[in-house]
Every structure is written in C-alpha cells, then in structure tokens.
Design a binder for this molecule. Structure first.
Ligand code: KG4
Ligand code: ZN
Length: 340
C-alpha cells in the first residue's frame, strides 16, 4: 500500500500529512496566522515567505509524527489551487523538488476536494452519493458528490458574494474582535443570547434562489446594528449573527438533500469547525433522518492530512500522476479532484 505525502500551502497554513489506505499516519502544521493579525487578514507575501521557512521543517515534523522517513513515501500530493498564488507556489515547488529528486509520482489536487476527503479519514469512504456543504474562508458551496475522484462534482449553488468564513472574519472586525474571526466569534457567542437580535436570513424568501447563499447583506445588517446600538452587547450580537449563518447554511443543506433525494450530508471547511453550525446541523439532520458527517475540528480548517487523503484516494483509484509541469490555479472552481 502506497504512503502518500500531502502538502498544503494555499493560504496561511503550512500543512503536511501522511496517509495510507484511508488511514492518517501522521501530520504537522505551521501557521503564519499571528503575523497577519495586525493587518486584519492574510497578506499573501507574508504568508508565502512564512511557507518558505516552514515547509522543510513541517515535512520533517510530519514524517517524525508518523515514525517514517521520505524513503517510505510512495507518492506526493500537493494543493495546486485555488488559493493565494504566491503561497501555492511554495508548496508546489517543494512537491516538485521532492518528486524530481526521488522519482515519486506527483498529484496536483484541488484544495476543496481535499476538504471533502478529510472526512474520509474520520468516517471512512463516502457513500455513493452525498451532499457536500463546503464552508471556508473563500468558498461557500453546496455540491452533489458522487465518487470524489472519478465523477465530476456538481455545484448546486455557490455564494453570490462573501463566503461564510469571510462573513465571520468581517463581522468579527465590526465587533472589534481579532482575525481570524470565526473561532473568536464562536468563543464569544458561547456567552451570548442567539435570540437577542433577529438578523436577516438572506435568500430564504419564497421567490429567492432555493439553494443560493449570500452573506454580504447579513454583514451589512450587523454593521447597521452596531452603528445604531451604543450599548452594544458583543456576545449577544456575535451569538445572533452566528445563529443566522448556522440557520441559513443548515436549512439550505437539508433542502439540497431533499431535492436530490440524498441521505448523507458532509460539512467541511473552516466554518464546519463552528460549534453552532455543527449542533444545528446535527439537530436538523436527526429530525430529517439524514446522516451527518463532519470531520473532527482540526481536520475542518486547512491542514496537510486532507491533501494526503485526496491523494491517497487518487492513487488507489489508479489515477495518472500529474506532470512535473503542473502549475498553480489560484481561482479554479471545484469540478475534479485532480488538477493536471
Ligand atoms: O478552510 P479554511 O481553514 O481556509 C480556507 O480554505 O479558507 O477556513 C478558514 C475560515 C476563516 O474564515 C475562519 O474564520 C473560519 O474558517 N473558521 C470558523 C471557525 N474556525 C475557522 N468560522 C466559524 N467558526 C469557527 N469555529
Ligand atoms: Zn480551506
């Protein structure tokens, strides 16, 4: 059985993981998040430079974590897109260098397919058909997933404007909370009342797009509320905003399951780490008789294990390796797991 080394550098996390036959053998993660805090968001050049420093030690740390050496590795998978071009280039250069030096096969993979594959490390192979809700800093999509590596992924909807994670980050800033906003809002909201403010549920009217998402209006509603509320309760506002996002995400995901007559929902990406998204999704899936799959929190946010996981699925499917000419695709939409 081939051991796949996965490398992820699409944003501010340098992630490396090792997977064999659906089993996570070891992983390591370095983050430049702290360096971006004072800018209120990820600065691509700073992220790229941090990847350059972190990539070799992180590969070594992942190998150490698994008790392996590079000689044990049988294939390399690397995120080639989407993401920050400067950051992606570092991982791709490292992966190509290892492939060129060792002769190991190289697989360029789509970051979002990696997010979906992460769940297989916790819950085994995906069923024949599932609905995927991808909620990250850059994407919010409902997908009809058949075979992750063989059948093109069907987009049922994407966000019209901000991604869910982006909304968390922007609302955190409005509330005077630091970047990244998602985990902070999650923490602050725990002490607040989610029914304190009834924020709008965008695109849930009868004439609206049934599965479409939009978060910029919700963000503006929070901004207006903050402006006109001098004695603002940050915890109540955070909890009410989080409730609105969780409500919209989970209700639309369940509509997609019903529309497609699919009985498995998989939620992945950074916002899948949100405690309210997880609990409300569980409540609603239980009520509807839908099986909910959400990976452990550390596999929701960006990591290398998810890239090794999708690489492992491709290798086991007998996919043809990418060429050493493979390059970065900063804005590519998710259709196929492998990017050649
Ligand atoms: O998937 P990810 O790590 O990176 C991208 O591919 O974008 O997602 C990062 C996003 C950020 O916007 C972050 O604020 C959000 O996920 N996030 C959360 C939580 N943890 C991370 N949002 C809500 N609640 C959380 N607990
Ligand atoms: Zn991601």
């Amino acid at each position: 059985m081939t051991i796949v080394l996965g490398i992820e550098t699409s944003c501010d996390e340098t992630g490396v993981g090792l997977v064999r036959d659906g089993v996570l053998l070891g992983q390591a993660l370095a983050s430049s998040m702290e360096e971006h805090v004072r800018f209120g968001g990820v600065v691509p050049e700073i992220a790229a430079r941090a990847h350059v420093y972190a990539i070799v030690p992180t590969i070594q740390a992942a190998l150490d974590d698994a008790g392996l050496t590079l000689h044990d590795v049988g294939a390399i998978a690397v995120t080639t897109g989407p993401g920050l071009a400067t950051a992606l280039h570092v991982g791709v250069a490292a992966a190509k260098a290892i492939a060129a030096a060792t002769g190991l096969p190289l697989y360029g993979v789509h970051h979002l397919a990696g997010h979906a594959a992460a769940d297989t490390l916790d819950h085994g192979p995906l069923p024949e058909r599932s609905i995927g809700l991808i909620v990250s800093g850059g994407h919010t999509s409902l997908l009809h997933v058949r075979d992750l590596t063989r059948t093109p992924i069907e987009h049922l909807s994407d966000t019209l404007d901000d991604a869910a994670g982006e909304a968390f980050d922007k609302v955190a800033r409005l509330l005077g909370l630091p970047y990244p906003g998602g985990p902070v809002i999650d923490r602050v909201a725990a002490g607040g009342d989610p029914t304190a403010v009834r924020f709008p549920r965008p695109l849930t009217g009868r004439t609206d797009s049934r599965l479409g998402f939009s978060f910029s209006g919700l963000k503006t509603a929070v901004a207006r509320y903050v402006e006109r509320t001098p004695d603002l309760d940050v915890a109540d506002t955070a909890a009410s905003f989080q409730e609105a996002v969780a409500d919209v995400l989970t209700s639309k995901a369940l509509l997609a399951c019903a529309d497609q007559r699919v009985d498995t929902l998989v939620i992945v990406g950074g916002v899948a780490a949100n405690s309210r998204v997880r609990s409300l999704a569980q409540e609603r899936c239980d009520a509807a008789g839908i099986e909910l799959r959400v990976p452990r929190m550390s596999l929701c946010t960006d990591n290398g294990a998810m890239i090794a996981a999708i690489g492992d699925l491709l290798v086991r499917d007998g996919a043809k390796p990418s060429s050493l000419d493979v390059t970065v695709h900063p804005t590519i939409e998710l259709q196929t797991a492998q990017l050649v």
